[in-house]
Write a new protein. Structure first.
Length: 293
């Protein structure tokens, strides 16, 4: 069970608590209404299922093929409005900002008492059904102040979340300190995505191992102060000094390189076993879908 904290108890303002309360309420609505056909990933998976101290800007899911895009859209608007009402968000408006055969993105915007504006996105990817080997069910226990009973949510294993975060951290189109922070937490929890990474193309793994140190170095402490620290509780911000950030960067880079090298070795062992006349080796695991925020 993951016990969530109330943001204002950790020094956050009422605006961020309203967003978090709405996000948790929406997660509960979707978990109830969609029957486990949405798989939580990204930042909300780290908070809601892993127990990260980091608040998240948006919510990301993968969609089972048994849930059609049309059915998802029909329910999502109502569920967002309902979650906004429970969070005290006034005049909520829902806009679909992306609607393609593979992706639906909805944006909720409104205000809270005092006039502060709130906004967040929900993105659902339906490129292919998630691999159930890397999916788990987690109990989420909302803060007592939210007035919500505990509920079940489907999300990815720590190993799958780590593999997704590696892809995000090393993407040429992204420089998000939260990816490094999340990988640090997953490493501390003992995540090891080697088996899952072995399902990737060997050239990609070589590229990851080669680029990881330099790419992570681009996620500077100055960038973390701007983009990450505002979403961490005050005590966590205090602990995350520049020295601690550099240590985390080196540790995460070292683990990515090691995981990729181990995955390549696993591929070679599998290929050698298959090449033998009596070879009977299980193939590398397939990789879950792309990361979220």
């Amino acid at each position: 069970m993951t016990n969530l904290y109330a943001p204002t108890d950790k020094g956050f303002d009422a605006r961020l608590e309203a967003i978090d309360r709405c996000q948790v309420g929406l997660l509960r609505e979707l978990a109830s209404q969609q029957g486990g056909r949405l798989i939580l990933k990204g930042g909300m998976a780290m908070r809601g299922a892993f127990g990260s101290m980091r608040l998240t800007k948006d919510i990301d899911f993968d969609r089972e093929q048994s849930l059609s895009r049309e059915a998802l859209k029909r329910g999502l608007r109502t569920q967002l409005i309902r979650a906004a009402a429970t969070a005290g968000i006034r005049t909520p408006k829902v806009e679909f900002t992306k609607d393609t055969p593979t992706t639906v993105r909805a944006r909720l915007a409104g205000t809270i008492a005092g006039g502060a504006e709130v906004r967040f996105d929900v993105e659902v990817s339906g490129r292919s059904s998630p691999q159930q080997t890397w999916v788990r069910t987690q109990i989420v226990n909302p803060p007592p102040r939210y007035g919500m009973a505990p509920f079940l949510v489907k999300t990815y294993t720590n190993e799958a979340l780590a593999a997704m975060k590696i892809a995000a951290a090393l993407s040429e189109q992204r420089n998000a300190p939260r990816d490094l922070y999340d990988l640090r937490d997953l490493i501390r929890a003992g995540a090891n995505p080697t088996d899952l990474l072995a399902g990737q193309d060997a050239d990609l793994l070589e590229d990851y191992a080669h680029r990881a140190p330099a790419k992570l170095e681009m996620l500077s402490y100055a960038l973390a102060q701007q983009e990450l620290l505002p979403y961490l509780p005050l005590e966590e911000r205090t602990l995350l000094t520049e020295h601690a950030w550099i240590e985390a960067t080196l540790m995460v880079a070292d683990h990515i390189v090691r995981w990729c090298r181990d995955a390549l070795a696993l591929q070679r062992r599998h290929a050698a076993a298959v090449a033998r006349p009596d070879g009977d080796a299980a193939g590398p695991a397939s990789t879950p879908q792309r990361p979220g925020a």
